[in-house]
Design a protein around this ligand. Structure first.
Ligand SMILES: C[C@H](O)[C@H](O)[C@H]1CNC2=NC(N)=NC(=O)C2=N1
Length: 95
């Protein structure tokens, strides 16, 4: 799995409007808000199943009704198509 080029990353980010790019980590991140902890954890369960299926796992944190997700590919040393694919699948879950 190769790191994305700058042009590939910029094109991907344009289509992933809610994710922001962290140049220091070569990662993308997005925050999600829910009505309560139960809803946040239900979402995390769904993301966990997607991640396990993809063999690609988020760096994330949860505080009560907020979930922050950061995606990068450790094996590639930066952002790859795996991150973009997982971000799209997460977005498709809806909040
Ligand atoms: C062997 C296994 O597939 C790899 O270690 C996978 C697991 N999940 C992973 N998740 C992420 N985010 N980056 C990786 O490089 C990665 N590698």
């Amino acid at each position: 799995m190769d790191k994305l080029t700058t042009a590939q990353r910029e094109a991907a980010l344009t289509s992933l409007g809610d994710w922001s790019y962290d140049p220091e980590e070569d990662a993308i991140e997005r925050g999600f808000g829910f009505k309560d902890f139960s809803a946040a954890f239900a979402f995390m369960t769904r993301v966990a199943l997607l991640a396990e299926k993809a063999g690609h796992h988020p760096e994330w944190s949860n505080v009560y009704n907020k979930v922050s997700i950061r995606l990068t590919t450790h094996d590639a040393g930066g952002l790859s198509d795996k991150d973009i694919d997982l971000a799209r699948r997460i977005d498709a879950l809806g909040t």
